[in-house]
Write a protein that binds this ligand. Sequence first.
Ligand code: UDP
Length: 228
Amino acid sequence: MKVETREKLYEGKAKIVYATNQPGVIIQYFKDDKGVVNNRMSATLFERLERAGVPTHYLGTLSDREMLCRKLEIIKIETIVRNLVAGSLAKRTGLEEGTPIKEPIVELYYKSDPLGDPMLNDDHVRMLKLAVPAELAWIRRTALRINGVLRPHLLRRGLLLVDFKLEFGRSGKKLYLGDEISPDTCRLWDRTTREKLDKDRFRRDLGGVEEAYQEVYRRLVAAASGTA
Ligand code: UDP
């Protein structure tokens, strides 16, 4: 059966989620000028993670901007994994950006725009009933496992995975990785020059945003498919 787009379920800053004619299947449409890179990079990394046994919502790529996904009930936690100090961790600790973290760390934030995504600990997660303890344990374990797959994968392609954000969700009795993995949700630095090749170029007004995203695309997507 051919997948057909149905009603819009949700629209965010960078993505639109559509229902389809197939139950339990949605389409993530990646908007704006970075959409193609974000879609293609997410697809290759989800495929890599599936091969490593990490369950993801990824079902396939429909076009440059459209990803076919399993519909999830999203858990309202943003899970962040860090390998080097940067961003809010540098601010909170006073440690210099780029300081290596011996054992990668996991942070949890409440996915709530009105509250500004405040940090949570496990007790807050339980109090807010965002996830049961077994789910949270799985999320922490899986986030570190994902880091264990992606960090060397990206390093081989000349990219330091500084930190990244993950979202998980439920479908039936199982948990899956959802959302996207892209320069919008990861800090990626050039392995040798440490040049920033991610959304920080935009956030920090460094210029060269388009070029940085294209460079990440070239190293991760084009090189892999042999098209450039
Ligand atoms: N991040 C994200 N969405 C958010 C917050 C953070 O994708 O709403 C990503 C961000 O791109 C970075 C990592 O999570 O790769 C850690 O972000 P941090 O806590 O340092 O916050 P920031 O400095 O981005 O405000």
